[in-house]
Design a protein. Structure first.
Ligand code: GLN
Length: 246
């Protein structure tokens, strides 16, 4: 099997080590004997929707989002075509915001979005930051997805399905307990950093989504995730003492 991963705007959208997610996906696939090809696509590059099984976009400050947004909107129809055809996608924070309908920054500038997610984002006056834990039903486990968030934008879903429900933290907007968005096999989330290193259950879920388009239902042999799960649990216990152990 071969996984073809498209890393979009790696030099612009890479806050807090978001690109670590690409390394983790590659490693977890290679440990199962799955070949991985990563293509970096950026400003002005053509994107053939048929070439990729998985797209990744990291987060970025407003300025970098401003540089990427027009180009991303131009690539939007290709991205949508790929997602409609079953490709998987993960977008973090600034990348996630640009896949909604628009992002209005704190200076009042409106960056148009791709409209893949039925959602919009507007800057609030206080940044939403700190540790976060969410429950993602599709993972089929009580184990939460943990991470950290740092965003000025508040995202409101206008019909899009949330990725998960906030257990602790702010999520999309700090008010409605939703976190991220989901459309077909595309996932948007505010959880930053090498998110997938602390959440191997989410990493494998994404790999399965990405592989199934080409290979049908794929069983991934289990890996030894003792260390990853210990980190997941210790972060959860340290920052969420009142929520207990799962
Ligand atoms: N610039 C956006 C915001 O502050 C996204 C930042 C990020 O990716 N962390 O809302």
């Amino acid at each position: 099997m071969k996984l073809r991963l498209c890393h979009l705007y790696p030099e612009l959208l890479n806050l807090y080590g978001d690109r670590g997610n690409v390394l983790i996906l590659r490693r977890r696939a290679e440990w199962r004997g799955i070949e991985v090809e990563v293509t970096r696509i950026s400003l002005g590059d053509k994107l053939d929707p048929k070439d990729y099984d998985l797209f990744f976009l990291g987060g970025g400050p407003d300025q970098e989002q401003g540089v990427a947004s027009a180009d991303l909107v131009a690539k939007g129809p290709w991205l949508k075509e790929a997602v409609e055809a079953g490709a998987a996608l993960m977008a973090i924070c600034g990348g996630y915001q640009l896949l909604g309908e628009y992002y209005r920054t704190s200076t009042g500038e409106t960056l148009p979005g791709v409209g893949l997610f039925a959602a919009y984002t507007e800057a609030g006056n206080k940044r939403l930051k700190g540790n976060i834990a969410i429950q993602v039903e599709e993972l089929g486990t009580d184990r939460p997805v943990i991470g950290f968030e740092n965003h000025g934008g508040r995202t409101f879903l206008k019909g899009a399905r949330p990725l998960g429900r906030v257990i602790y933290g702010d999520g999309n907007n700090g008010t409605d307990q939703t976190e991220g968005a989901r459309y077909r096999n595309a996932i948007g989330t505010y959880l930053h950093g090498p998110l997938l290193s602390k959440n191997p259950h989410l990493a494998d879920y994404l790999l399965r989504l990405a592989l199934q388009r080409r290979y049908g239902e794929v069983e991934l042999p289990p890996l030894d995730d003792t260390l990853e799960l210990a980190v997941n649990q210790s972060v959860y216990q340290r920052f969420l003492p009142k929520k207990g152990k799962w």
